[in-house]
Design a protein around this ligand. Structure first.
Ligand SMILES: *[C@@H]1O[C@H](CO)[C@@H](O)[C@H](O)[C@H]1NC(C)=O
Ligand SMILES: *[C@@H]1O[C@H](CO)[C@@H](O)[C@H](O)[C@H]1NC(C)=O
Ligand SMILES: *[C@@H]1O[C@H](CO)[C@@H](O)[C@H](O)[C@H]1NC(C)=O
Ligand SMILES: *[C@@H]1O[C@H](CO)[C@@H](O)[C@H](O)[C@H]1NC(C)=O
Length: 465
């Protein structure tokens, strides 16, 4: 406190004592005291209301900033322990008994001949659990079942069928353009994509999870997942038996949960909820398909979160509601980091279910590092939606090159680049306008250290957004 402030303070204090001495009348004294009291109350209420106001501002501005900074101080990127293949085999022996160690050498797509199990006369697709989920799937299965027996071949005295896995996976992220990428990719003559675009098998359905965070129901067997690629297997087989060049045909899928959603690890491991997952989705894909090619398309995580909120939100959508949900979720995330490590929080289904916006989906670097713990850097193509939309021709040619696809004719190239964007924001959501500037600022601060790390890992400044 400065000296002059101190002096003026003591002068003010003197006033009530001095004044009565100058006005001896009791009436005047009472009046004076009443006046002083009134001033005191007005001052007090003014001061109190002022105090209240700054407190409220603190909650929405500086306290929240402090909260985000506090999250930032708890963030450390530690390498994970990668499980041995033998551990994975113990967790899912069936997967390793179905998928062979080596695929057919003369076929680009990973495919193999599998001995037919079960009743040859029965419809092999009749009980497929993907069937009831979509009309397109049911039609595809009906078509496949009519040609099923013609497709069986006798090899080594056994009835066998050709089975295939995806050559590539578009692994994420939600609301970052995976549908657009998928729809453009399928226009390449050597890319054969089958419905559904997002089987969500590796991350969810193999555990029986239909929607994220839900408890598991009936597990979707691996064979039901493989059935999805039978139309491709049929074409590849046709080429193998004939003379066409269909050995160059590839397939893929685009479940946008593959990259981030390892929440179901709890159902594989008997460990406490606060722990890090001992195995992730990518461990299994890598163990059975070490040469898989992976594409991740990302965008500014701040914009991603708002888009995610608008797309998946149901009621009460507004910029203010978004702000409140962001604040609440930031608090929950901070509370989790107080007790557990970053990886434990990012893969915690308890936290996922508690947060009303999916903050963790935008922590790209956590997932990218975990994918790079098993796959090599040249197997993972990381794109930005912002670059993709700015130059579709360039973006698609990068993808074709990455997937070792031949160049397309000029006509196909035009078709691919002029195709209208897929799965964009609905008009009703557009009408809600952008998020509030204060929400944007808060989220920018929250994601900054993660983006910084991402751009360091990918050695590309543009990932700081
Ligand atoms: C095989 O499937 C057919 C057609 O569904 C059925 O009629 C037959 O009884 C089945 N055979 C066995 C051994 O289950
Ligand atoms: C494949 O090509 C060979 C000769 O290169 C020919 O003898 C054979 O008939 C062809 N098969 C089919 C199914 O076209
Ligand atoms: C919607 O908003 C109303 C009023 O603000 C609130 O009572 C209600 O709980 C909200 N519903 C949801 C699902 O957030
Ligand atoms: C898009 O990228 C290609 C290179 O792949 C380049 O030739 C072209 O000029 C770019 N177009 C725009 C609009 O930047």
């Amino acid at each position: 406190m400065s000296r002059s402030e101190f002096t003026s303070g003591s002068l003010q204090l003197k006033v009530p004592h001095d004044a009565p001495q100058r006005s001896p009348s009791h009436a005047n004294l009472a009046k004076f005291c009443g006046f002083i009291l009134l001033v005191f109350f007005i001052m007090a209420s003014y001061l109190l209301s002022g105090e209240r106001k700054t407190l409220l501002e603190d909650l929405s501005e500086s306290t929240l900033r402090d909260l985000v900074r506090s999250i930032g101080t708890k963030v450390t990127f530690r390498a994970r322990r990668v499980p041995a293949v033998s551990e994975l085999l113990d967790l899912d022996p069936h997967m390793f008994s179905v998928i062979p160690q080596h695929f057919l050498p003369d076929v680009k797509n990973p495919c193999w001949y599998e001995e037919l199990r079960g009743n040859v006369s029965a419809n092999p697709y009749g009980s497929n659990l993907f069937g009831p989920l979509s009309g397109n799937m049911r039609i595809a299965f009906e078509r496949l079942s009519t040609t099923f027996r013609q497709r069986l071949i006798l090899r080594d005295g056994k009835l066998q069928r050709l089975r295939c896995l995806p050559y590539f996976y578009i692994i994420g992220q939600p609301k970052c353009g995976t549908t657009d990428l998928y729809e453009r990719l399928r226009l390449h003559p050597d890319v054969h994509l089958t419905p559904p675009k997002e089987p969500h098998w590796w991350s969810r359905k193999r555990f029986g999870i239909i929607r994220p965070g839900d408890p598991p129901l009936t597990r979707f067997p691996l064979d039901h997942y493989l059935d999805l690629f039978d139309p491709v297997a049929q074409r590849i087989q046709h080429g193998l038996l004939g003379n066409s060049s269909s050995s160059d045909i590839i397939t893929g899928e685009a479940s946008a949960s593959t990259m981030w959603d390892s929440l179901a690890w709890l159902y594989l491991h008997d460990i406490s909820r606060e722990a890090e997952p001992p195995s992730l989705v990518q461990d299994f894909i890598h163990a059975v398909q070490p040469d898989a090619r992976l594409i991740a398309i990302l965008r500014d995580p701040v914009e991603r979160l708002y888009s995610d909120y608008l797309y998946f939100g149901t009621s009460n959508k507004s910029a203010l509601d978004f702000h409140q949900k962001v604040c609440k979720s930031l608090r929950l995330f901070d509370a989790c980091l107080r007790d557990a490590g970053l990886r434990a929080c990012v893969y915690s289904s308890a936290l996922y279910n508690a947060m009303s916006v999916r903050l963790q989906v935008g922590l790209y670097v956590v997932f990218i590092l975990d994918w790079l713990s098993v796959f090599s850097r040249d197997q993972l193509l990381v794109l930005r939606l912002e670059d993709h939309t700015a130059n579709l021709t360039h973006s698609m040619s990068r993808i074709f090159h990455f997937l070792r696809l031949g160049p397309v004719s000029e006509q196909t190239e035009r078709l691919i680049s002029r195709r209208p964007a897929s799965n964009t924001r609905h008009q009703s959501d557009r009408n809600l306008g952008p998020m509030e500037p204060s929400t944007r600022e808060l989220l920018r601060l929250f994601y900054a250290p993660f983006n910084q790390k991402l751009s360091a890992v990918l050695q590309d400044e543009s990932f700081t957004w």
